[in-house]
Design a protein around this ligand. Structure first.
Ligand SMILES: NC(=O)c1ccc[n+]([C@@H]2O[C@H](COP(=O)([O-])OP(=O)(O)OC[C@H]3O[C@@H](n4cnc5c(N)ncnc54)[C@H](O)[C@@H]3O)[C@@H](O)[C@H]2O)c1
Length: 366
């Protein structure tokens, strides 16, 4: 198969769909790989590294889209890229279609076979191609939160670890999934006082077993969330109700009892956010202040650390990408149920229930 990888054109997105390591695997399996020039530069991979493992560098995105049977990307295609869609093309990337009707319509109209990383689902319900980015975002969330607690960044001016003779910062983590656990690891490592809230008692039990009295676990209900917010210097939200909008657990009325300059890192912003005032921000202006509380709401946090994120993403996506390349999408989905769940549009049909429900489209199983 001819595989192509183009440079991401979303604002301040520095990741790339294929690493030289992944290209090497595709080439060893007998496939041809086209890379747009400088596509990997921001992730630390110059063109020469791709050439060394057998890729061909092309000068424009147009050539890559046109020569490829499958395009491997990171973010959803933007409007400028719709012109390259054509019948039979396999598109393998994050899509988040339920939040993007224009893209859904374009993929259906052009009969693209679109496979979304975020809807590849394993038997236990976990999302293998979303997990690495949640691990990045949870860890990064604590680093960004600690930074924005600095006075010059608009925060209250507390050092997350404190120093001997002073208080440590209080960190509340709402949602103990992949984001929450990753944030917890980081916050404990930095020496903060950490409270974790979730509605899943099994998860809280697991974390209590691991961290013992170094953390406090609390069942997530309005009362406990309000109390945790009142005491917190830094709040990290990694709440997720699969397929639904994030619940607005952090009410604006809580702000009047919170410390001025406290920071909320709302990692669930890509699902709408967990506060009543959350709105998506970008890396170049990541925060805004409401009632004295600093809100950090960047929707593509992993894009800030592309050297880590690109490699972590490829570690999860390569397996399914190779399967598609080796067998063709039709045979590949017969051998892999998780991959079949990933197919969102196929020959003009909407094949993902969540997307069909979002736009009142007919669901057609494949
Ligand atoms: N902003 C970014 O750049 C970025 C990057 C990666 C992931 N995310 C987002 O972060 C969110 C979390 O992702 P994840 O992989 O950790 O999901 P996950 O499914 O692993 O974890 C979600 C957790 O939320 C818990 N939860 C559900 N309702 C709750 C409630 N009422 N109170 C407390 N906890 C509750 C669940 O029990 C679960 O433990 C998702 O929306 C994901 O898309 C954002």
């Amino acid at each position: 198969m001819n595989i192509g990888c183009v440079k991401e054109i979303k604002k301040l997105e520095f990741r790339v769909g294929l690493t030289p390591g992944s290209v090497n695997e595709y080439v060893r399996h007998g496939h041809k790989v086209y890379i747009e020039t400088n596509a990997g530069l921001n992730s630390g991979f110059p063109d020469e590294e791709y050439v060394k493992v057998g890729a061909q560098i092309l000068q424009t995105a147009k050539e890559v889209w046109e020569k490829s049977d499958m395009i491997v990307k990171v973010k959803e295609p933007l409007a400028d890229e719709y012109q390259y869609f054509r019948e039979g093309l396999v598109l393998y990337t994050y899509l988040h279609l339920a939040a993007d009707q224009a893209l859904t319509d374009a993929l259906l109209a052009k009969k693209v076979k679109a496979v979304a990383y975020e809807t590849i689902i394993l038997e236990d319900g976990s999302l293998p191609c979303l997990k690495p980015m949640s691990s990045v975002a949870g860890r990064l969330g604590v680093i960004e939160g600690a930074k924005h607690l600095e006075k010059v960044m608009g925060g209250s001016g507390i050092l997350i670890s404190g120093v001997p003779g002073t208080k440590r910062a209080n960190v509340a983590i709402i949602g103990a999934g992949v984001v929450g656990e990753s944030a917890l690891k980081m916050a404990v490592g930095l020496g903060a006082n950490v409270t974790v809230l979730d509605i899943n008692i099994d998860k809280l039990t697991y974390l209590d077993d691991i961290y013992g009295n170094r953390i406090t676990t609390l069942y997530s209900n309005s009362h406990n969330i309000e109390e945790a917010c009142k005491n917190a210097d830094l709040i990290i939200s990694g709440v997720l109700l699969p397929g639904a909008k994030a619940p607005k657990l952090i009410k604006r009325e809580y702000y009047k009892n919170m410390r001025p300059g406290s920071v909320i890192v709302d990692i669930a912003i890509d699902q709408g956010g967990s506060t009543e005032v959350s709105k998506a921000t970008y890396h170049d202006k990541p925060t805004f202040v409401v009632d004295g509380i600093v809100h950090y709401c960047v929707a593509n946090m992993p894009g800030a650390v592309p050297q880590t994120s690109t490699v972590a993403l490829n570690n999860s996506t390569l397996k399914y990408g190779l399967l598609i390349a080796d067998k063709g999408l039709e045979e590949a989905m017969k051998t892999s149920k998780p991959l079949k769940y990933g197919i969102n549009t196929y020959n003009g049909k909407c094949t993902c229930l969540g997307v069909c429900q979002a736009f009142d489209l007919k669901y057609e199983a494949i």
